[in-house]
Design a protein around this ligand. Sequence first.
Ligand code: ADP
Ligand code: MG
Length: 458
Amino acid sequence: MVHIDVNTLEILDRITDGFFSLDLNWNFTYVNEEATRLLFRSRDDLIGKNIWAEFPEAVDLMFSEQYHKAVNEQIPVKFEAFFPPLNIWYSVRAYPSNNGLSVYFLDVTDERKIVLERKQHYQSLFEQNPDAVFSFDLNGNYLSVNPAMEELLGYTEEEFLQLSFTPLVATEDLKMTTEHYNKAVNGLTQHYETKAIHKDGHAVHVSVTNMPIIVDSNIVGVYGIAKDITKQKQTEQQLIKSEKLSAVGQLSASIAHEIRNPLTALKGFLQIMKASPENIKENYFTIMSEELARIEMITGELLMAAKPQVLQFAYENSNEIIHDVITLLQSQALIYNVTIHLTTEDTPPIYCVGNQLKQVFINLIKNGIEAMPNGGNVYVQLSRKTENEINIEIKDEGCGISKEFIDQIGLPFYTTKQKGTGLGMMTSFKIIESHNGTMNIKSKEGKGTTISIQLPVC
Ligand code: ADP
Ligand code: MG
C-alpha cells in the first residue's frame, strides 16, 4: 500500500487536474475529487481495483501503451487521447515511481473540438476550393492535391502522390517553372503563368501561385494554387487573329478600290480597239501593259501582306530594302503631290526579316504622305550611325502630332483617319523591337514629324 500523508491528500484533492495513483499491480491507491468527476466513478468504487479491469476499453488504447511505457522505461509520459466510452478527450501526464504510477489528467474535449473545427475549416477551404490547390515537398514531389486539381489535370490523388511537377509541365515552360518553384523553396512567393499537360495530353494554361510552407520557422515545402486560364488565352489568340484579319480586310477593300481604276482604263481601251481595230495606236499597248503591271504589283503586295509570314531572319542589304519600298510608294506619293527624297550611305548588311522591315518603312512613309493632304516632301535618310548601328530617318512636313496624343501613338486602333486602321504604328514598334532596334517619334504640330529608327549591325 502506498503511503500518502493527510496533507498531501488535501493538496491533491484541491488541485484542479484529475489525479490518481496506481500501485505496481495497476490497482488504484488514490483518486482525487476531480478524477472521480472526470471518470464518472466514486472513489470507493475504484480504490483497490485494477485499472484495466475497471476500464477494459483503455487496454487497447493509447492509455495502456503510454502507462506501460512510463513504468517499463521509468520515464514520464505526456499525451492526448480519446476515450470512446465517455466520449471525452483527455490530456494526460503520468510519472512513474518505485511504487507505481501517478497520473494527472484534464478533460480537453472542448479545446480539441475547437482545434478539430479549425482543422475542418482549413480542410474545407482545401477540399471545396474551385481553384486547384496542392502541396509539394522540397524536391517538388506532390504531397497533397484537392479535387479541383484532380479535375484540372485528370490524374487521381494517388497518381499525383507518385509524381513530381516536372513531367506535368510543358517542355518549353519547364525551365521557367522550375526557377519559380526554386524561388518559392527559398521563401519568395511566386505568381506566374505556365502550361500544364493534362493526363490526356492536351495543354492547360494556368496562372499559378507558389508559396513556401513554413513550419516552426522552417520551409518544409511549397503550396501551389492554380487557376485555369485556358479560355482566356484562347480569347486572346482569337483577338490577335481577328485584328490581323480586319487589317487585311481593310487592305483588300482599299486595294480593290485601287484596282478598279486601271481595270476601267483597260476596259475602255478594249472597247475602243474593238470598235475601230484600224485605229489602234502603238501607245495603247504601252498604257495597257502599264496598267496591268500596276494591278499585278498591287495584288502582289496584298498577297504578301495577307500571307502568314514565316519569320526568316537573313542578312539583307538595307539600301535595297529602302529602294524597293520607295519604288512601291512612288505612285501614291504622286497622287498626293508628295516628293520623296532619298539620301543613303553605304551600310553593312543587317540581320533581319526583310519583308517585315519593308512593312515598317511602308507604314511610316505612307503616314508621312497621308499627313500632307496638300502635298509636300518626305525625306528618307539612311546612314551608318556608329560602328554597330544604322539609322533610318523618315521626315515629313505634315500636320504633326499634338503633345497630348503623342503617347497614344503605337496603341492598337489609335487612328485619326477616317479609313485608318490604327495598327501601322503598333506593328512597326513590335517589328523594330523584335529586331532589337529602337524607334523614336519627334513631332511638332503644324510643322511635321520625324521618325528615327536604329538597327544593330551584325
Ligand atoms: P493609321 O495610319 O491607320 O491611322 P497608324 O498606326 O499608322 O494608323 O497611325 C496612327 C495615328 O498616328 C495616325 O492616325 C495619325 O494620327 C498618327 N500619325 C502617325 N504618323 C504620323 C505622321 N507622320 N504625321 C502625323 N500623324 C501621324
Ligand atoms: Mg498608317
